[in-house]
Design a protein around this ligand. Structure first.
Ligand code: UDP
Ligand code: MG
Length: 322
């Protein structure tokens, strides 16, 4: 009996990657074509690039209909680009990979093998990171420590979004309506059988990182806030502690007064006021971060706007109703 070969989708988010995009395309197609028993589609999501990335991709897509392009109307962010790619993909398995060749395409065949053995998610775990600053590595390490301490969902260390997912997982992800998405956390959250595969993360092939510090902080906050309510509880704990300290200080003052030594103290007063003021602003800030994300969800705007699509099938005409 003749069965249709399984389809592998590869999703690549692209933001201003003109320096590397052709090489990435070549390496990916070469690798995908070597998988003889599978069909493939390559979905590139152009996240509002301001350079020639889109023009280059369109040229490539003229020769190759398996290269599909989704182009956003502006920059909506890396995680949103990945989300759009997942929603557009049709594959029995879907691979997410960065456009800068820091994630080696050569790992994909091993991922497929592990998937064929019945694993729903195969995530690539970095055993070494090359060409990244001490600051990036250390802050990433701390971030995952904090995240796993406060979150109910275990999110593996040293992973990015480079992973293969079964269609069942992608289907579940596509049902989630939330904004400010932290994709790797959501994948862990879906459950199913998830296994790691180790690799050495190379340097970016060309171009510069598209994650400046501000974007990184926002990304980290999205991760923690969408997977934990513990920071909200911090306010209660801090308030409780400061009430106890205030009582102790009061007690001390009364005892001193009874002993006839009234305390003069401008400094202690100022320090206390400033400290409590600081705690209050800090906790209001935490509440604000949650509130702003709730606000995003309540507004219910679409996650992204597509300006253009290339090589996708045209929408089916509406069936006339009787
Ligand atoms: N990216 C994106 N939108 C953005 C920022 C980045 O689609 O706003 C893409 C980028 O083109 C790359 C991937 O996300 O394919 C990861 O970005 P980058 O390599 O700059 O991050 P790093 O590896 O330095 O953490
Ligand atoms: Mg990179």
């Amino acid at each position: 009996m003749l069965t249709t070969p399984k389809l592998i989708s590869v999703v690549v988010p692209v933001y201003c990657e003109e320096a590397v995009i052709v090489e990435t395309y070549q390496q990916l197609t070469q690798m995908l074509e070597s998988l003889e028993t599978y069909q493939h589609e390559l979905i590139v999501v152009n996240d509002g690039s301001t350079d020639r990335s889109l023009a280059i991709l369109k040229e490539l897509a003229q020769q190759d209909t398996r290269l599909k392009i989704v182009s956003f109307s502006r920059n909506f962010g890396h995680q949103t680009a990945v989300t759009a790619g997942l929603q557009k993909s049709k594959g029995d398995a879907v691979v997410i990979i960065d456009a800068d060749l820091q994630d080696p395409p050569s790992l994909i065949p091993q991922m497929i093998e592990l998937w064929e053995q019945g694993n729903a998610v195969v995530y690539a775990q970095r055993v070494e990171r090359r060409g990244e600053t001490w600051f990036k590595k250390t802050s990433a390490e701390w971030f995952y420590q904090v995240l796993n301490r406060v979150s109910d969902v275990q999110i593996p260390f040293n992973t990015g979004d480079f992973r293969l997912m079964d269609r069942r997982v992608v289907q579940e992800l596509n049902r989630l309506p939330e904004h400010n998405r932290f994709v790797r956390g959501l994948v862990s959250w879906t459950g199913f059988r998830q296994v790691p595969i180790s690799y050495i993360r190379e340097q970016r092939r060309a171009g510069e990182t598209k994650y400046p510090l501000a974007k990184m902080i926002r990304f980290a906050l999205d991760g923690i806030i969408s997977f934990s309510n513990k920071p909200l509880r911090l306010a209660i704990n801090l308030g409780f502690c400061s009430i106890i300290v205030a009582f102790l200080v009061l007690l001390y003052g009364l005892v001193q007064h009874a002993a006839g030594q009234t305390i003069r103290g401008w400094t202690s007063l100022m320090v206390t006021i400033l400290f409590l003021g600081g705690i209050q602003l800090f906790t209001i800030g935490i509440i604000g971060e949650y509130l702003s994300r709730m606000h995003d969800d309540i507004k219910g705007r679409p996650l992204y706007i597509i300006e253009e699509e290339v090589n996708f099938e045209p929408p089916k005409p509406l069936q006339p109703t009787e």
